[in-house]
Ligand binder design. Structure first.
Ligand SMILES: Nc1ncnc2c1ncn2[C@@H]1O[C@H](COP(=O)(O)OS(=O)(=O)O)[C@@H](OP(=O)(O)O)[C@H]1O
Ligand SMILES: Nc1ncnc2c1ncn2[C@@H]1O[C@H](COP(=O)(O)OP(=O)(O)O)[C@@H](O)[C@H]1O
Length: 326
């Protein structure tokens, strides 16, 4: 473990380095790491110890605390990054207050949950919203969140999102549905169904959903979103607790029997390639907030209305259907 030099009490820039755990998919992508202290733009070039990450720091406010800045070194999945602070006014990442490997890792998980956006362009600066989020929440008498409904084609995602949307409207709450089929007619009309395109599709809708939720809308997202890492990416970019993953746990045979669009039939016939559940994977959520089974103990299908009630209870219990406490 090395110790960083103490910075002069005033300086316009400096560089330093630390070791952090970086998820593999962020390698070579520009990211913004926000903290309560500001936004760090950076990109990791490799995984493994002692790899370089160039970064620049902008935004934020507060006081620089330059005591206890240490480097931590570790084994696999630790990356080195170099940071340049563009203004002394901005304090540094909390990881610099952590010396031990274990704490460095815990810093990572904390930061990882706050990553806001991979960016390609340089010289970007984050602008905080003008109207405080609490003001919007007070106006709407609710708090925004993302209800992320994932499951196979035919599992009932769209039906549930639509039912919930109507129920919330009838209760006087503002919600909005982002549906896979619809988004692929516009925002994602350039994408197909390769793994890379699905990842990009989910990244886009995740970013859009995040904006809707920040605006105070109860955002109902209905996408197959077959890959766990893509769903986890979205979870990571929204505040803790505001991403509610709902797994439509409907067996493939049930979805296939429904086959209202004839897509399973085409996939089985080999006409439609790369169809989720047939010749493309669906990675079931391991820790979703809510699991919705297709049938009850008697084997009867559970209606979309009952499922919607489950979700309404969940978000009501967590305070999303009321404004902020003053
Ligand atoms: N190859 C392949 N695999 C899966 N789905 C396919 C495919 N081709 C077309 N479709 C239709 O596209 C809808 C899924 O779009 P999504 O944007 O939700 O997919 S993904 O999350 O990006 O995987 C999906 O809609 P739902 O049936 O409502 O799920 C299908 O109608
Ligand atoms: N809870 C449910 N019980 C029984 N059938 C359902 C249920 N939800 C949806 N369905 C039916 O399943 C089919 C697929 O539903 P849909 O919402 O389009 O699924 P997805 O959006 O996941 O592809 C439709 O015919 C719909 O009527």
């Amino acid at each position: 473990m090395q110790e960083l030099q103490i910075l002069p009490s005033s300086c316009s820039s400096f560089s330093t380095k630390a070791f952090v755990v970086i998820p593999a998919f962020l390698v070579r992508r520009q990211c913004h790491f926000p903290s309560s202290l500001g936004i760090l733009s950076s990109s990791v070039t490799h995984l493994g110890s002692r790899h370089r990450l160039q970064s620049s720091w902008s935004g934020g406010h507060g006081c620089m605390d330059h005591h206890h800045r240490h480097l931590s070194e570790g084994g696999n999945n630790l990356a080195t990054f170099y940071c340049c602070c563009s203004s002394f006014r901005f304090p540094f990442l909390s990881c610099y207050r952590l010396g031990k490997n274990s704490k460095c890792k815990s810093w990572f998980s904390c930061s990882w949950s706050r990553i806001v956006a991979p960016v390609c362009a340089q010289n970007l600066h984050w602008h905080d919203g003008c109207v405080e989020q609490k003001v919007r929440q007070t106006l709407l008498k609710q708090k925004g969140c993302i209800i992320w409904i994932t499951g196979l084609s035919g599992s009932g995602k769209s039906t549930l999102a639509c039912t919930l949307d109507h129920r919330l409207a009838s209760m006087g709450h503002l919600s909005y549905v982002l549906d896979g089929d619809n988004i692929r007619h516009g925002l994602s009309s350039d994408l197909r169904f390769s793994a890379a395109d699905r990842e990009e599709n989910i990244r886009r809708v995740g970013e859009v959903a995040k904006l809707f939720a920040d605006a105070g809308v109860i955002t109902l997202v209905s996408f197959i979103s077959p890959y766990a890492k893509d769903r986890e990416f979205v979870r990571s970019i929204v505040p803790r607790g505001e991403f509610i993953e709902v797994f439509m746990k409907v067996p493939l045979e049930v979805c296939e029997a429904r086959d209202c669009k004839g897509l399973y039939k085409s996939a089985r016939a080999g006409v439609l390639k790369g169809f989720t559940g047939v010749d493309d994977p669906y990675e079931e959520p391991q820790n979703p907030e809510i699991v919705l089974e297709a049938t009850d103990a008697t084997g009867e299908f559970i209606s979309a209305q009952v499922m919607a009630s489950t979700l309404i209870t969940y978000i009501r219990d967590r305070g999303f259907l009321e404004g902020p406490c003053s």
